[in-house]
Design a protein around this ligand. Structure first.
Ligand SMILES: NC(=O)c1ccc[n+]([C@@H]2O[C@H](COP(=O)([O-])OP(=O)(O)OC[C@H]3O[C@@H](n4cnc5c(N)ncnc54)[C@H](OP(=O)(O)O)[C@@H]3O)[C@@H](O)[C@H]2O)c1
Length: 345
């Protein structure tokens, strides 16, 4: 079968998006290439991609700044959902029509179709919204694990997080609400702050504070009414993370999972000595290495249950056809966008 899978290959470290580079199609934008689709072997699955987001980690991977880099040439995109078209004779876990997501990063989801090994895929129920399925495998999983794995929190306890409008942040708000936890959500100030505040409150956010507000003395009285959080989730680093630490309860934990400000996490000696705060990190890829595929599938099913109950929705999204990926890439690197770019195929 020839010339059916269009994929996005990155440059300058990657010239072609697949094993066989064919002559460039003048109608495709730069970076998109037609690749020959591999034959479906016994343990292979032919997948038609449906939708795939552009996440910061995809960009980091392209820049070569990520903890895991694929062999080049490679196709971009670590997350997304596809539909099974055909399966090889020894495939037992998926069947044509099923929806599948990547089992691990590095699959290359920014393409129209591909042939993958069965072990590279996880089935997801197709009764959840497409945008939920396309954004399920990374951010909600990260949010869930961070909320339950670091501190033993009880309903009524509070959690503080920065970059609360991020994909992970929106999942934290919703999953925390489902667990009965209160969220203190820090945002960068912006012209449409009220609109964003309303949207996050609709998702279940209890409190919204700007980065500037968090530094004000008024926060002392805020914590007279709201329990001091024992868990802080840090997506940003730099001053923002120092402020999260300032408001953590003694003995509490700050989990760093992102470094959007590209600034180091700075904790004062007194925070560590007198408050015994714990600084931890979380990386979903490591969690998956430390756990079995069945445990990952169980996590996915737990999140699907929340989706079905209306307790977890997809992040705010803008769908962009794969052909216009340059526009989507540009938008995904702008500040204050508050909308995840999702490539549709
Ligand atoms: N460790 C893990 O396992 C894991 C898993 C998933 C995600 N992540 C990481 O989590 C982070 C968020 O991912 P996502 O997909 O949720 O992102 P996203 O939906 O694209 O949102 C990006 C967020 O970063 C904020 N931001 C961007 N530049 C910033 C800066 N210079 N200073 C402060 N905030 C900034 C944005 O805020 P504005 O609206 O104010 O611009 C927005 O809240 C990324 O670093 C990603 O790699 C880690």
């Amino acid at each position: 079968m020839a010339f059916r899978g269009a994929g996005w290959g990155w440059s300058p470290r990657c010239a072609a998006a697949g094993p066989t580079q064919l002559s460039p199609n003048p109608r495709l934008p730069p970076g998109l290439k037609n690749l020959e689709l591999a034959a479906v072997g016994g343990s292979d699955v032919h997948v038609k991609m449906l939708a795939a987001p552009i996440n910061p980690s995809d960009i980091n991977m392209i820049q070569g700044n990520y903890g895991l880099l694929p062999q080049l040439p490679a196709v971009g995109g670590n997350e997304g959902v596809g539909q099974v078209v055909a399966v090889g004779s020894s495939v037992t876990g998926v069947k044509p029509g099923d929806w599948v997501i990547p089992a691990n990063p590095g699959l290359g989801t920014w393409r129209t179709e591909a042939v993958f090994g069965e072990e590279e895929l996880i089935t997801v129920p197709s009764d959840i919204p497409l945008q939920c399925a396309a954004t399920l495998g990374v951010n909600p999983c990260t949010a869930y694990r961070m909320l339950v794995d670091f501190e033993r929190l009880q309903p009524g306890d509070s959690v503080i997080q920065n970059a609360s409008n991020s994909g992970v942040g929106q999942a934290v708000i919703q999953i925390a609400a489902a667990l009965g936890l209160r969220t203190i959500n820090v945002l960068r100030d912006r012209p449409d702050l009220q609109k964003l505040t309303d949207r996050l409150k609709n998702l279940g956010a209890d409190h919204i504070v700007t980065e500037e507000g968090l530094r004000k003395p008024e926060m002392k009285s805020f914590f007279k009414d709201v329990p001091q959080p024992r868990l802080a989730l840090n997506c940003v680093g730099g001053k923002s993370s120092t402020e999260l630490l300032r408001h953590l309860a003694p003995g509490g934990t700050m989990v760093t999972y992102g470094g959007m400000a590209k600034q180091p996490v700075i904790a004062s000696a007194s925070q560590l000595i007198f408050k015994d705060l714990k600084l931890r990190g979380f990386w979903l890829s490591q969690w998956k290495k430390d756990h079995s595929p069945d445990q990952f599938k169980e996590l996915i099913l737990t999140l699907c249950d929340l989706i079905r109950r209306g307790q977890l929705t997809a992040p705010a999204c803008s769908e962009v056809p794969l052909q216009d990926y340059l526009r989507a890439l540009e938008a995904s690197t702008q500040p204050f966008v508050s909308s995840k770019q999702i490539l549709t195929m």
